[in-house]
Design a protein around this ligand. Sequence first.
Ligand SMILES: Nc1ncnc2c1ncn2[C@@H]1O[C@H](COP(=O)(O)OP(=O)(O)OP(=O)(O)O)[C@@H](O)[C@H]1O
Length: 250
Amino acid sequence: MSEPLIRIEGLRKSFGALVVTDDVSLDVAPGELHALIGPNGAGKTTLIHQIAGTLQPNAGRILIGGVDLSGASPAARARAGLARTFQITSIIPTLDVLGNVALAAQARSPRALRLFGRAATDEALNAQARAAIAAVGLSARAGAPAGMLSHGEKRVLEIAMALAMEPKAILLDEPMAGVGREESARIVELLLGLKGRYAMLLVEHDMEAVFSLADRISVLVYGSVIATGTPDAIRVDPAVRAAYLGDEAA
Ligand SMILES: Nc1ncnc2c1ncn2[C@@H]1O[C@H](COP(=O)(O)OP(=O)(O)OP(=O)(O)O)[C@@H](O)[C@H]1O
């Protein structure tokens, strides 16, 4: 297997006496969609925060593209090629879709672009933003205020904002949360189209989506990875069925 784009080794995070991620190791290969599932409170979001750099682990290492970025800032990780989907709360509702995505693009490379002056900077950012909006199929909505989008479209906008950072790896934190069936199917299609081009770590409760999208699945229970494998292997894994999936995967 080629060098993983994301590799985490022995990540441990506790809040007081509560150990939330306990010696977690996993990796995401180039182009792979690796899903992280587990019951509420298992530590999935806490793990995503540690990989993105918004939360410091107590122990363990995080490598992006083979480089140890364990102590690096979120901005440094973004420059190394790691994006995470922005939460809807980071969308500016009065700004149009293009403006929101251009802002995300700016977060990745402000210094390099500023050298070329304001007009060239805006043009370059807008071009980057337009490409990302086209990639997610939102071009027809580029001029709409983001606050006017449906809930599902906002989730798609979050993905466009991540793509505008021209990443190698993307952390997707529950992209289908609160989304209806039809829009969920649209997001599945979108992620299928991105597979192979980005290393993606997907946290998601929608098991139908996870099992149809993932190349590999890791199952987190009480902060520990109890199994990693293909969807077929995870579906029949006795430990996983006992601890989490139960009859759901039958
Ligand atoms: N800042 C914090 N301080 C104290 N405890 C925290 C903090 N953040 C998370 N926790 C606790 O850590 C545990 C794991 O939370 P986390 O949000 O990572 O789980 P999760 O697997 O993402 O859950 P869900 O599927 O419900 O989103 C929970 O018991 C939570 O209450």
